[in-house]
Design a protein around this ligand. Sequence first.
Ligand code: CP
Length: 308
Amino acid sequence: MTELQRKDILGLEDMSADEISLILDTAQSMREIIDRPIKQVPTLRGRSVLSLFYESSTRTKISFDLACRYLSAGSVGVAKAGSSLDKGESLRDTVRNVEVMGPELVIMRHPSGGAPHYLAKNVDSAVINAGDGFHEHPTQGLLDMLTVRQRKGTLEGLKVAIVGDIFHSRVARSDIWGFSHMGSEVVISAPSTLIPPGIEETGCRVEPDVEAAVRDADVVCVLRLQLERQQQSFFPSVREYHAMYGIDARRLALAKPDALLMHPGPMNRGVEITSEIADGPQSIILDQVPNGVAVRMALLYLLLGGGE
Ligand code: CP
């Protein structure tokens, strides 16, 4: 496969292993540009990108902005504070306005699952989902796979343990679908209140015992406790959560000796992960970040036909 046969990137659920491999291979080439002293190439000069971030973001927003800059695409954007969403504008009206402005590609982060899908159905522009509610965060899933593939050479046959707030996590769903499509075994672990019913249908195995989940893992991916999304008490206290499910040096030592430790950020240090291991030799958390720029460059390039 040499080009993507799709207008939009909305999720990894329906993405084939061939498509994922094409994106990761393209992202690997983009890493070479990022690692140069002068990072800009003229590939997407004259192309227009609009970013709509209706939820907070540091990594995703900055990395899309840098991806546009490195490929010379013109980009404009709006965040929730400062957009007409604050004045009560409906998603439908936002979409109709985007449609008539006619950007070639729109990046959307939205608190409601399905919002980028609605946008994609109603505009001719390519749409990239930068995170929709609890649903998917496909670019995070792709950068996670790229980071692991760089270290392990393959994703096939790896045991990937995902530990944390699975219920509220769009990263969990994209990681489960992405790694499973690429032949990894995905095991998830969390208190039962943070495991969504039916999650096994996504292709993962649920292991309530966190130590059994991380035992012999090749990759331990820790997810943030999304306290801001929790309207009810999902566990007795943060201290208890840390004792029962927090990943520390003792639990990480149950994984393979060369296991990789990941976290999509932002981290709650001392809650789901200890600083000792987040900043330790097995951590690839800060490799995930530049790979996020590379993956987003690859998607802009592939969706905007940069090769033409
Ligand atoms: N990992 C991630 O999506 O981070 P941000 O919320 O900072 O974009």
